[in-house]
Design a protein around this ligand. Structure first.
Ligand code: ZN
Length: 237
C-alpha cells in the first residue's frame, strides 16, 4: 500500500497486507519500505514467515527486494523483527537500539517467540544505536528516539520525506481502534519508563506517525500521543 511518494506499507496482517493465519491479527507487524535514490530502507520486517509476501508486495509496487540496503528495527518482538536474520543473510544492514540489538542477538524471551509457539532466530544487529543517533540511507536521515516501556529497546525512527516529518513508532502507541498502548505482557515491560517515554514523545510534532500495527496517522498524530499519555497518567496510578 502506497502511503506517500517513495513510502509504502508492504507488510502487516491487521489489515491483511500480509497474512499468516485464519484471521487478521497481531502476528505480523507493519513493515514499511522507503525508496531512496540509492536503495531501499525497511522499517521493521515482520515475523519471518511472511517475508516472501512482503517481497511480493514490494514487487507489485515496483520495488526490487534486491535493493534493500538497510532495515531499521523498532523493537525485538517477533512480529516486528522475526525476519531480521533472513535479511542479514541477504546482506541487508540491520540497525537497532542497543537494548533491541541485545535481545535480537540473544533471541530470548524479550523477543516473545513463545507467544507464537515459534522460535525467534537470533542474529547480530550490524549497528547498535543510542538515543539521538542518526542513520543515513540513500540520502534519507533516520534519527533514533529511544522510547522504552513496551520493551526496553523501543525506538521511534524519525525522518523527513516529501517535505513531511514522519515518525515510525512501532508499538509505543496502540493501534487506532485497538487500545491506547502496546501490549503490556513483555517481560521487560515497564510502566514508569513508558510514561516518561510518552511525555517525551508528546513533545515531538510530526506530520505522520507510522503505526506498528493497523492504521497509521495522517492528521495531527501528536494529539493521538497526547491522548495515550492522558490514558497512562489516569490509568497507571
Ligand atoms: Zn511489540
Amino acid at each position: 500500500m502506497q502511503l506517500l511518494r517513495n513510502l509504502y506499507q508492504v507488510g502487516g496482517d491487521l489489515n491483511g497486507i500480509t497474512w499468516c493465519g485464519v484471521d487478521a491479527s497481531f502476528e505480523d507487524a507493519n513493515t514499511y519500505a522507503i525508496q531512496t535514490p540509492e536503495g531501499i530502507a525497511l522499517i521493521d520486517c515482520g515475523n519471518g514467515d511472511t517475508l516472501p509476501q512482503i517481497f511480493d508486495n514490494m514487487r507489485y509496487w515496483g520495488l526490487n527486494p534486491e535493493e534493500i540496503r538497510a532495515c531499521l528495527i523498532t523493537h525485538p518482538h517477533r512480529d516486528h523483527a522475526g525476519a531480521a536474520h533472513l535479511l542479514k543473510q541477504r546482506g541487508v544492514t540491520l540497525y537497532a537500539h542497543r537494548e533491541t540489538a541485545s535481545a535480537i542477538a540473544a533471541g530470548d524471551e524479550r523477543c516473545c517467540g513463545y507467544l507464537y509457539h515459534k522460535p525467534f532466530v537470533p542474529c547480530e544487529v550490524d549497528t547498535a544505536v543510542e538515543d539521538g543517533d542518526t542513520v543515513s540511507v540513500g540520502g534519507v536521515t533516520f534519527s533514533a528516539m529511544h522510547l522504552p516501556g513496551h520493551t526496553r529497546g523501543c525506538t521511534a525512527w524519525v525522518f523527513s520525506l516529501e517535505n513531511r516529518q514522519i515518525a515510525a513508532c512501532g508499538d509505543v502507541i496502540g493501534t487506532l481502534l485497538c487500545g491506547d498502548f502496546g501490549w503490556d505482557g513483555s517481560i521487560d515491560f515497564d510502566k514508569p519508563l513508558y510514561i516518561e517515554s510518552l511525555r517525551r514523545f508528546a513533545r515531538l510534532d510530526v506530520d505522520i506517525m507510522l503505526a506498528g500495527h493497523g492504521l497509521s496517522y495522517f492528521h495531527q498524530p501528536r494529539r493521538r500521543v497526547e491522548q495515550v499519555l492522558a490514558s497512562a497518567l489516569s490509568q497507571w496510578r
